[in-house]
Write a protein that binds this ligand. Structure first.
Ligand code: FPP
Length: 240
């Protein structure tokens, strides 16, 4: 097993926007799906490495609500990759004591990946280690809109007697309410935007953008991001 470096400070929760699969494939004159397939290897390496480091949560932006508008063939392949990943990785998750969770509209997924997702979530629920949180058919605004819908329902059923909505009320109605906010958001592929990811949760998250495309992103790049995070002074809007 590769030696694990010691860090000044380790984030509890790292979230990653895995971008650049298409560009990485194009640079190699291959179809975009070649990049997505290669991206699975990066997922494997980063999940394993994050669990070894002792992260509490790793959230991966695997498929956005907007991604449904991509060409049908690409969407289909991404769904097949997701199903293959869940089937192939179940044992690895169990061996590494990882708990699988998901955020987003899981019910939008085709039957096969949806069923496998449900199965692996149930089978890993009793594990004690890192939470691997997959954002699937996810968008931050959509999550917030659904949280507000839940609040309306609660209010209608008498389950929300208050007159004002607090931040804690909103947080409690998000898709994965028990998870801490991300400390570090990594985006691969060089674009300087958050792309509708975890809009509520990243209020004070440190951002790290790298030009490395996702299929090339490996543990040494993750270490680099964590080292950079260790140099940041987090003030949460206050003064030192
Ligand atoms: C962005 O690259 C990446 C995605 C839309 C999907 C990420 C998915 C994977 C890495 C594999 C499938 C996931 C799982 C969990 C099995 P892009 O296509 O937008 O790249 P570009 O910006 O270079 O075009």
């Amino acid at each position: 097993m590769p030696k694990i470096p010691e860090f000044i400070s380790l984030p509890n929760h790292i979230a990653i926007i895995m971008d650049g699969n298409g560009r990485w494939a194009r640079q190699r004159r291959r179809p975009r799906i070649f990049g997505h397939r290669a991206g699975i290897e990066s997922i494997r390496d980063i999940v394993r490495c994050s669990a070894e480091l002792g992260l509490e949560v790793l959230t991966l932006y695997a498929f956005s609500v907007e991604n449904w508008s991509r060409p049908g063939g690409e969407v289909k392949l991404l769904m097949t990759l997701l199903a293959d990943y869940l089937r192939g990785e179940k044992q690895e998750l169990m061996d590494n004591d990882i708990v699988l969770k998901s955020i987003g509209r899981a019910n939008d997924l085709p039957p096969k990946p949806r069923r496998l997702l449900r199965q692996v979530i149930a089978e890993t629920a009793g594990n004690q280690g890192m939470v691997l949180n997959l954002a699937l058919s996810y968008s931050g605004r959509d999550e917030l809109a659904r949280a507000m819908t839940r609040l309306l329902e609660k209010s209608r059923n008498g389950g929300f007697p208050g007159k004002k909505v607090s931040e804690a009320d909103v947080t409690a109605l998000l898709d994965a309410p028990g998870l801490p906010d991300p400390d570090l958001l990594i985006r691969t592929g060089g674009e300087m935007r958050v792309s509708n990811f975890l809009l509520w949760q990243i209020a004070y998250t440190e951002l790290y953008v790298t030009d490395i495309c996702w299929p090339e992103f490996r543990r040494r790049h993750l270490y680099r991001a964590i080292r950079e995070y260790g140099k940041r002074e987090r003030r949460f809007g206050k003064v030192k």
